[in-house]
Design a protein around this ligand. Structure first.
Ligand code: FAD
Length: 461
C-alpha cells in the first residue's frame, strides 16, 4: 500500500462500476494528481452476463473475468474486503486475504460493492442451493451437472438416478432463464455420449413467484422465451415458490414435490449487506442513497453507483414518474461508472457535478446455442427479435461490451472454435478438491497393530 502525500481516491469494489470508474479517473487525471486505490476480495472483475455461457462451456471461464492489475496498471489494487468506513476520520478498514486488518486513509470514496444473491429462510436452501453471481459458481455448476450425468449413467439405483437427473432452477429473470437455457442445451449435447442417459430421462424445472419470466425483455418476448423453453421440455411453474428443499427434497407451494441434486437459486439480488456497517444513508431496500449526480446524499466526497446504489432514473422522472429508479443492470452500471469517474475528477478540482441520465436501450438474452430474445429500443420504437437473430444480437452486444480487446478477442475465439469443434463435456469436479488424491497417497500408513503376546493370542482365539 502506497503512503504518498497525494490525495487518495478509494474505490471499494472492482466489478463493473469499480473497474470502469477507476479507468475513467485514471484516464482523466493529471500525472501525480491522486492515488487511485481499488480494493476487492477478488483480483478480477467478472463479466456476469457471460456466466450462463461459462456454465455451459461455450466460453472458457477464464475469459469472462478481467484481471484488475493488468487493466489498471496505474492504480494500486489491493486484494481484500473493506469492512468498515469511518467518515469522521476518513479511513476505511481493509481485511486482506491473509493477516491483520488495517486502516486505509482516503480523501474521496467510491462505493461499488454490487449486490449479493437475495435469499429467504427456506429450509435446506443454504445447504443445497447453488448461486449464479460469480465465475466460481458457474464453473461449479457445470462440473456438478456433468457429474450428475456421470452418476446417473453408472448407477443401478433408480432413485439416485432420478434425483441426479432432476435440475431445479428458482428465479426466471435474466440469470435464471439464461442459465437454464444454456445448461439444458449443454446437458442435451452431453447426453449423446452416455449409454444410459437420454435427454428424455432428465427433468428441467424453472420456478418463479411472478407470473412471467424474463421481465427485462417485456411481456411478449418473455412469453416467447417461456414457450421456447417449454418446447425444449423445460417445465415452468409460475406464481409459485419453493417452500423447502431439505436434503434435495424440493417442495413447491403449488404442491409439486421432486427430489433433486441440483437446485440453482437465481431469485434476484439485494445490495451488498456490508453497506449497513458503513454509516451511509440507505434507501428502504438497503441501497446507498445517491443524488442524480451519483453523490451519496449529504456528502460531497463520496459517490456510489451500480447494483449497490439507489440512483434516480431522470428519464423516468422527466416523463412524470417521481419514483423512477435505475434498475440494477450492466447497462446502467457501465454508464453510471463513466459519469461517476468524471464527477470524482470534477469534485477533486472543485468543478460542478454532471447529472446521470440514460434512456433504456433494450435488453438481449441468450437461451442456448442459436436461441435468444432481444428488445432494442430506438427512440419511441421498440424492435423485438427472437430466435437466431436475437441470439446473434446477444452475442454481438455482449461480445463488444466485454471490457478490453484481450478479453473480446478471447471470447470471440471461443465462439469461433465452438463452430468447428464439439462442445467440451468433461466434468472436472475434482478441481474443487485438488489435494485429495495426493493426500491419500502421502498420508502416513496406519501403524501396524502391535503383536500380542502368545498367551493373549491363544485367549483371543
Ligand atoms: C448471471 C447474471 C447475468 C446477468 N446478465 C445481465 C445481462 O444480460 N444484462 C445486464 O444488463 N445485466 C446483467 N446482469 C447484471 C449485471 O451483471 C450487474 O448489474 C452488474 O454487474 C452490476 O455492477 P456492479 O459494479 O454494481 O457490481 P459487481 O459487478 O457485482 O461488482 C461488485 C464488486 O464488489 C466487490 N465487493 C463485494 N464486497 C466487497 C467489499 N466488502 N469490499 C470490497 N469489494 C467488495 C465484489 O467482489 C465485486 O467485484 C447479470 C447478472 C448476473 C449475476
Amino acid at each position: 500500500m502506497s503512503t504518498t502525500e497525494r490525495p487518495r481516491i478509494l474505490v471499494v469494489g472492482g466489478g463493473y462500476v469499480g473497474l470502469y470508474a477507476a479507468r475513467r479517473i485514471l484516464k482523466k487525471m493529471r500525472y501525480g494528481e491522486a492515488t487511485v486505490t481499488v480494493v476487492d476480495p477478488r483480483s478480477y472483475m467478472t463479466y456476469q452476463p457471460f456466466l450462463p455461457e461459462a456454465a455451459a462451456g461455450s466460453i472458457s471461464p477464464r475469459h469472462v473475468v478481467v484481471p484488475l492489475r493488468r487493466v489498471l496498471p496505474k492504480a494500486e489494487v489491493l486484494t481484500g474486503r473493506v469492512t468498515t468506513i469511518d467518515q469522521d476520520r476518513k479511513v476505511a478498514t481493509v481485511a486482506p486475504l491473509v493477516g491483520e486488518a488495517y486502516e486505509l486513509p482516503f480523501d474521496y470514496l467510491v462505493i461499488a460493492m454490487g449486490a449479493v444473491s437475495r435469499t429467504f429462510p427456506i429450509p435446506g436452501l443454504a445447504e443445497q442451493g447453488i448461486g449464479m453471481k460469480g465465475v466460481e459458481e458457474a464453473i461449479g455448476l457445470r462440473n456438478h451437472v456433468l457429474e450428475q450425468l456421470d452418476k446417473a449413467d453408472s448407477t443401478t439405483d433408480e432413485d439416485v438416478r432420478r434425483k441426479a437427473l432432476t435440475f431445479v432452477f428458482v428465479g426466471g429473470g435474466f440469470a435464471g432463464a439464461e442459465t437454464i437455457g444454456e445448461v439444458e442445451d449443454m446437458a442435451r449435447d452431453a447426453a449423446k455420449y452416455y449409454t444410459n442417459v437420454k435427454r428424455e430421462d432428465m427433468r428441467f424445472i424453472l420456478v418463479d413467484a411472478a407470473d412471467k419470466i424474463l421481465p427485462e425483455v417485456g411481456p411478449k418476448l418473455g412469453a416467447y422465451g417461456k414457450e421456447h423453453l417449454e418446447s425444449r421440455g423445460v417445465e415452468i411453474y409460475l406464481s409459485t415458490s419453493m417452500d423447502s428443499c431439505v436434503d434435495g427434497h424440493v417442495v413447491l407451494k403449488n404442491g409439486l414435490e421432486v427430489d433433486s441434486s441440483t437446485i440453482v437459486w437465481t431469485a434476484g439480488v439485494k445490495p451488498n449487506p456490508a453497506l449497513a456497517r458503513f454509516g451511509l444513508p440507505l434507501g428502504p431496500r438497503g441501497h446507498v442513497d445517491t443524488s442524480e449526480k451519483l453523490q451519496v446524499q449529504g456528502t460531497d466526497y463520496i459517490w456510489a453507483a451500480g447494483d449497490n446504489a439507489q440512483v434516480p432514473d431522470m428519464v423516468g422522472r422527466r416523463a412524470g414518474n417521481p419514483n423512477a429508479w435505475c434498475p440494477p443492470n450492466a447497462q446502467h452500471a457501465l454508464r453510471q461508472a463513466k459519469v461517476l469517474g468524471d464527477n470524482v475528477i470534477s469534485g477533486m478540482r472543485g468543478f460542478p457535478q454532471k447529472e446521470y441520465s440514460h434512456a433504456n436501450k433494450g435488453a438481449v438474452a441468450g437461451l442456448g446455442l442459436h436461441k435468444g430474445v432481444a428488445m432494442i429500443v430506438m427512440g419511441k420504437v421498440k424492435i423485438k427479435l427472437k430466435g437466431r437473430l436475437a441470439w446473434y444480437m446477444h452475442r454481438g452486444y455482449h461480445g463488444m461490451a466485454m471490457p478490453t480487446w484481450n478479453r473480446k478477442i478471447r471470447v470471440f475465439a471461443d465462439w469461433t472454435l465452438a463452430m468447428f469443434l464439439k462442445r467440451e463435456v468433461v466434468s472436472l469436479g475434482a478441481m474443487e478438491t485438488p489435494r485429495e488424491e495426493f493426500y491419500e497417497a502421502a498420508k502416513p500408513a496406519p501403524a501396524p497393530a502391535a503383536a500380542k503376546p502368545e498367551g493373549e493370542k491363544a485367549k483371543a482365539s
